[in-house]
Design a protein around this ligand. Structure first.
Ligand code: ZN
Length: 303
């Protein structure tokens, strides 16, 4: 595999976020064993970087109340995998560190209204929170998730200058990795290209990842465009499960198996076994009732 179409090596990295982004919107509690079995299949398919859970208030997101248990088991089982969790604040970061994680994604939103709905703070307060996390855990690897980086369910299209300003502020407090999230799937290819080109040129030492929701059927294209313009981590979700409980109308992420299929056909060796990954997505669909946007699992249904 790899190089079939004459493409050079795969410079990006697929980051599976299904066990967090996919599961968080499922209302009915998914038994911890099902979560662990899903993660196991994803690891066996060759996904080396996985967002396994989030450390959030169990009152706000009861689905993630087993975060410490999921983390403990995964760290024990997969010492060689890059496992990380989403956290909204210092309290969450502390939970993640105490559970043994060495990397977190800290989330804030570019738009004030979504940040308020999602984490209950102003954007400035969230930047302060990231700073506290940075200072409290100097050895913790932090990627800053910037939700609604392209568009907001309440404020519409987001512009580049405030995004640049936010990245600037975060860089000043020592953050060097950013995940630009199209939380509600409104981004379009030219916008994605412009954003990645601009931030890449302005912050040459920083790492930028992409996280796209497929709400308007542009997930795959936008992810591909981001990759072509420097995105390192390509975040996606097995089965295309996903959404934001605090973003009305948000639907699933770009499906990991669809993304892996496309990249394989384009000649990139992602290190992921498409067949085994499809099995993982099928397992998920059998055991967790949800809104799946993945195309390969739909083909399966028709056959
Ligand atoms: Zn998401």
């Amino acid at each position: 595999m790899g190089g079939a179409a004459g493409q050079s090596g795969f410079a990006s990295q697929i980051q599976e976020v299904g066990p967090r982004d996919g599961f968080q919107i499922i209302e009915r509690f998914i038994p911890t064993e099902i979560k662990l079995e899903t993660i196991d299949l994803l690891v066996k398919a060759g996904l080396s970087k996985i967002q396994i859970t989030s450390f959030v208030s169990p009152k706000a997101v009861p689905q993630m109340s087993d975060a410490a248990e999921v983390t403990r088991v995964c760290l024990e089982r997969y010492p060689d995998s890059l496992l990380f969790a989403l956290v909204p604040n210092l309290r969450g970061a502390r939970g993640a560190v105490e559970a043994g994680l060495r990397e977190v994604a800290v989330v804030l939103s570019l738009s004030e209204s979504h940040n308020k709905a999602n984490v209950g703070k102003s954007v400035a307060e969230s930047v302060e929170e990231t700073k506290r996390i940075r200072e409290t855990f100097p050895d913790l690897r932090i990627a800053q998730d910037i939700a609604t980086a392209f568009g907001c369910p309440f404020e519409g299209k987001m512009e580049l200058p405030p995004l640049m300003e936010l990245i600037h502020q975060l860089s000043d407090i020592g953050i060097g990795e950013f995940t630009l999230c199209d939380t509600v799937g409104t981004a379009h290819p030219t916008q994605v290209k412009t954003v990645f080109e601009t931030v890449g040129a302005a912050f040459p030492g920083a790492v930028f990842n992409v996280h796209i929701h497929d709400t308007r059927n542009m997930g795959m294209l936008n992810t591909y465009i981001a990759m072509k313009h420097g995105a390192k981590g390509l975040q996606s979700s097995a089965g295309g499960l996903g959404g934001c409980p605090f973003a009305p109308g948000a639907s699933g992420n770009t499906a990991t198996e669809d993304l892996v299929y496309m990249l394989r056909e384009e000649g990139f060796d992602t290190g992921v076994d498409f067949g085994r990954l499809l099995d993982a997505a099928r397992f998920l669909k059998r055991h967790v009732q949800g809104n799946y946007s993945g195309h390969h699992i739909m083909i399966e249904e028709q056959e």
